[in-house]
Design a binder for this molecule. Sequence first.
Ligand code: FPP
Length: 248
Amino acid sequence: MGDNDTPSGSKIPTHVAIIMDGNGRWALSRGLPRLAGHRAGTENLRRIIRACVEFGVKYLTIYAFSTENWGRPREEVDGLMHILENVIDKELAELHKEGVQLRHIGRLEGLDPKIQEKVLNAIELTKNNQRLVLNVAFNYGGRDEIICAVRKMIQDGVRPEEVDEEMVGRYLFTAGVPDPDLIIRTSGELRISNFLIWQAAYSEWYVTPVYWPDFNKDEFRKALDTYAQRDRRFGGLTASVEDNPSHA
Ligand code: FPP
């Protein structure tokens, strides 16, 4: 398939979420340090953001740093923090020009104040962009997100009978973002790893053995083609995405 071919059919997912796994193994297989894998993964992210803009995906959520990743060696944690800072410093102008709106999901307050400020500035600068919403899950955990939501509801004095799915959705970090249609996990692991555990209720999954740094535009196109062939029923018998009014 040529580089300019778009994925099949009109069923482009509105929201794609990605567990960008396999950076470490990619590096190891080349005799490189793990951080070299994260840097190669960052390069690949640029390609996939471009592909999303080109293919008409409207929301992209990436799992960049989980609440569990604090348990990695200090050098790797510092390296991932540095990558986030670097991406903002070096890529923000270009992303803004491309019409990308940056959002953050996770606990910002757990990060270095200098990084917090950069993230907030990036969000402010790009807040009116419409071409692609890029949700960066950084210091994010699905269980932590639900705990934060419950705490906020209690603080706001929400009454038990007022709590429904719609309200929970409004209290999550992803408020205002439709649930992911497609979740991609690279490097072959078959688990959710605390990622979007509420929002993934009816998402389609695509798991590939390809390591994230090698998950290029063609691999992405394959994932979208596979998605286009899925019959989404949302627990019913025949309803498709377009037919299901509860699918925001
Ligand atoms: C999982 O691979 C990957 C991560 C924990 C980090 C993902 C980060 C990037 C791709 C950099 C982009 C970041 C930002 C902030 C834009 P792994 O290290 O668990 O791989 P392994 O399972 O092979 O060891």
